[in-house]
Design a protein around this ligand. Sequence first.
Ligand code: ADP
Ligand code: MG
Length: 210
Amino acid sequence: MIAVEEPRPAIDHAVLTNRLIAACRDVIATREADLCDLDRAIGDGDHGTNMRRGMDALAAESRQLAAMPLSEAMSRAGTILVMSIGGAAGPLYGTFLMELGAALRNVEAWPEALRRAVAAVARRGKSAAGEKTLLDVLYPLRDEVVRHTPLPLLAQRVQGFAEMTIDMQAMRGRASFLGERSIGHMDPGAASCALLAATICRELAEAGIE
Ligand code: ADP
Ligand code: MG
């Protein structure tokens, strides 16, 4: 008899979207105080609160987002984040998702869409790698996705990317006002970005996405 492999059940896009949003909201709510502590050390102490507001706003529209085609949902989620997170991080996270949505509409391939979204964040922030921002997580994350690193492994690695910002001197945003005194602290934006990326990688892996 020929062994026939069981076909994997198709991933329900709406279920996955709801799960991703809930998981992102949970991790940020759990780590809100830690993110504020990091921002208190080299900024104004609001990054956890800002991110929490953003995740709550996404969760409030979770059902509507889940009903949209993926690229449209990304663009809408980006707009929600710009309006709700505020500060420096809002427009950056928002740009990331809006560009991802636009790229997915035109390109389809994830690595290329991610490359475009990261480039858009860099343009928006007028910032580059090594300047102690969330880009120091996004660039290596993009490179790993291009190399097709398995998602569970990537989930383990992203925290290390955020830790690399500890030894960097901030060149952008409020932390840059501290000059050399910004060295020795993890960048709060890099920390939130790593938390979200790890959460998303784990959820996608659990859903059977490779
Ligand atoms: P604010 O600085 O307005 O209080 P947040 O505290 O929410 O905003 O976000 C701060 C984070 O935003 C920083 O830790 C950094 O990662 C990111 N950031 C700030 N300015 C820039 C920039 N020009 N380019 C890229 N990232 C930036
Ligand atoms: Mg702040």
